[in-house]
Design a binder for this molecule. Structure first.
Ligand SMILES: NC(=O)c1ccc[n+]([C@@H]2O[C@H](COP(=O)([O-])OP(=O)(O)OC[C@H]3O[C@@H](n4cnc5c(N)ncnc54)[C@H](OP(=O)(O)O)[C@@H]3O)[C@@H](O)[C@H]2O)c1
Length: 313
């Protein structure tokens, strides 16, 4: 076999540039594993890259296979790889600078791969890496969230937010999430202590000061968030760097996070999932050739949990 099915873009643009086609099988370097993809999750960065939003930040050679979340089975390993063997069930958020996971196979550095959680299927495992690493990085590395602290999580029902709520609850924090009314019960079940309907309530009018704000929305939401951070607290954003002078004016800290692959955190997350502490939330499953529909859904901004492309049963 020399070719596989994949979804590539040959030019930046709207969903119509997504092309389901035959492409060459990826070659593996000496430190790579070749993963037979069972499922690949959608993330907003996929359609941001499709639209050309990251041009100048990452210079891609088109055509490019999109998608940077995978769960699957190791098919082959490079000559230097001793940590995995063919047949291992793995998951990963691979390097975003290489061809991605909307494909039957993907080559990934072994150091970016972890064994997948045993208690969930590939569709649910694929929903973890990118969003999970983002929530973990922001809460536990950037903000050093500790038991008893108060955290406000914006867009708590989304891909990143739904992990952030569960991780913060597991850590023993007091969790406040923003979402529309339809997601209230969903978030309470995930472990939120308070849910604020952002469509009817200005969060800064009702939230008592918090140690950590996790901003996954940006703009006006980030700007208004300064009002609720305690002195000594932190505002962490994955959308845009919060201005340092604003942090200083509020006697708090700020951080901007752009995530990188972290297999060690994926191993910890797999343990939490297998212990029943955290569950991946998958709202929609579509076949690989319906990627256009998947992107349109993601761009609606209303996703609860994740949208996943199932590549193989
Ligand atoms: N810098 C990084 O490394 C990094 C990593 C991951 C993600 N991100 C970025 O983080 C953002 C979130 O990612 P995601 O995967 O979580 O997106 P997502 O799953 O598409 O988020 C959808 C959720 O956003 C909620 N929402 C929309 N507007 C809101 C508002 N004004 N207030 C509160 N909730 C709102 C919706 O809730 P309702 O339906 O209830 O309105 C929905 O549940 C994206 O822009 C993504 O690109 C950055």
């Amino acid at each position: 076999m020399t070719t596989m099915k994949a979804v590539r873009i040959h030019a930046y643009g709207g969903p119509e540039v997504l092309t389901y086609e035959d492409v060459p099988l990826p070659a593996i370097a000496e430190d790579d594993v070749l993963i037979r993809v069972h499922a690949a999750a959608i993330n907003p960065v996929d359609w941001k890259i499709r639209e050309g939003y990251l041009q100048g930040f990452i210079d891609y050679d088109l055509p490019l296979i999109l998608g940077w979340d995978v769960s699957g089975v190791v098919e082959a390993v490079g000559v230097n790889v001793t940590t995995f063997k063919p047949g291992d069930e793995v998951y990963s958020r691979p390097d975003i600078q290489r061809d991605g996971t909307y494909a039957e196979f993907v080559a990934v550095k072994a150091s970016e791969v972890a064994l997948k959680p045993k208690t969930v299927d590939h569709v649910h495992a694929a929903a973890v890496p990118l969003a999970g690493i983002t929530a973990w990085h922001c809460l536990f590395e950037a903000a050093q969230l500790s038991p008893g602290q108060r955290v406000l999580i914006h867009a708590a029902a989304g891909g990143v937010g739904s992990y952030a709520v569960q991780f913060a609850h597991w850590k023993g924090a007091h969790v406040i999430g923003t979402a529309s009314a339809r997601n209230r019960d969903f978030l309470l079940e995930l472990g939120a202590d308070e849910v604020i309907d952002y469509q009817t309530t200005q969060f800064e009018d009702v939230v008592n000061p918090v140690d950590v704000v996790f901003d996954t929305v940006g703009g006006d939401v980030q700007e208004r968030s300064w009002q609720v951070v305690k002195p000594g607290g932190i505002l962490v954003s994955v959308i845009s760097p919060p201005p340092e002078e604003k942090a200083a004016a509020h006697q708090c800290r700020s951080a901007y996070v752009f995530i990188q692959p972290r297999a060690d955190w994926l191993t910890e997350m797999a343990q939490l999932i297998d212990q029943g502490q955290v569950k991946p939330i998958v709202e929609t499953v579509l076949p690989l050739d319906q990627v256009v529909e998947a992107h349109k859904l993601s761009q609606s901004g209303r996703t609860r949990g994740k949208i996943v492309l199932q590549v193989r049963e």
